[in-house]
Design a protein. Structure first.
Length: 167
């Protein structure tokens, strides 16, 4: 913004002269930097909070929940008998992987004596005659010593140890 004013001065040569002077007045800009700084700090804080919230609230989608299935093992002669006891997640188990000392066990038998297969380590519910594993299902394993490990697999890709026992 410019203002004009007329100035009268005494000239060194003599006489009076009038000059039109152009003067620029500065607007008050002292508070502009602090205000912009505060606005930027608030914006950075909001963006940072949004990123942290997205990270924190997005993580539970990647965390798998613990499945609950119970199974018992008992030694009877030269065989180990597995009994499925139950649990809320039993009806969703897709497969059971059974290993004895890290390898497939010898022969597997269903409770009715049906041979499930030699050196077979992965069982599906159909192997025991059902669409899902049920409480009370029995599996006999040929062999009586070593570390028995039973791992369940679920449709969501989760794998979990159901039984870990050494005979």
């Amino acid at each position: 913004m410019t203002n004009q004013f007329v100035s009268s001065t005494l000239s060194p040569i003599g006489g009076w002269s009038q000059e039109v002077c152009m003067m620029k007045f500065r607007e008050n800009e002292e508070a502009v930097s602090p205000v912009i700084g505060v606005i930027l700090m608030v914006a950075i804080t909001v963006i940072l909070a949004a990123v942290i919230a997205a990270f924190v609230f997005g993580m539970p989608g990647n965390v798998q929940t613990t499945k609950t299935v119970s199974m018992q093992a008992a030694l009877s002669g030269n065989n180990i008998t597995l009994t499925i006891s139950g649990g809320p997640d039993l009806n969703t188990v897709q497969t059971l992987t059974i290993t004895l000392d890290g390898d497939a066990p010898g022969e597997l038998f269903a409770a009715n004596g049906t041979t499930l297969g030699a050196d077979k380590s992965v069982l599906e519910p159909a192997d025991l005659g059902g669409e899902t594993f049920k409480a009370g299902d029995n599996i006999k394993i040929e062999g009586n010593s070593g570390r028995l490990l039973v791992v369940g697999q679920w449709p969501d890709g989760a794998e979990q140890i159901i039984l870990d026992r050494t005979f």
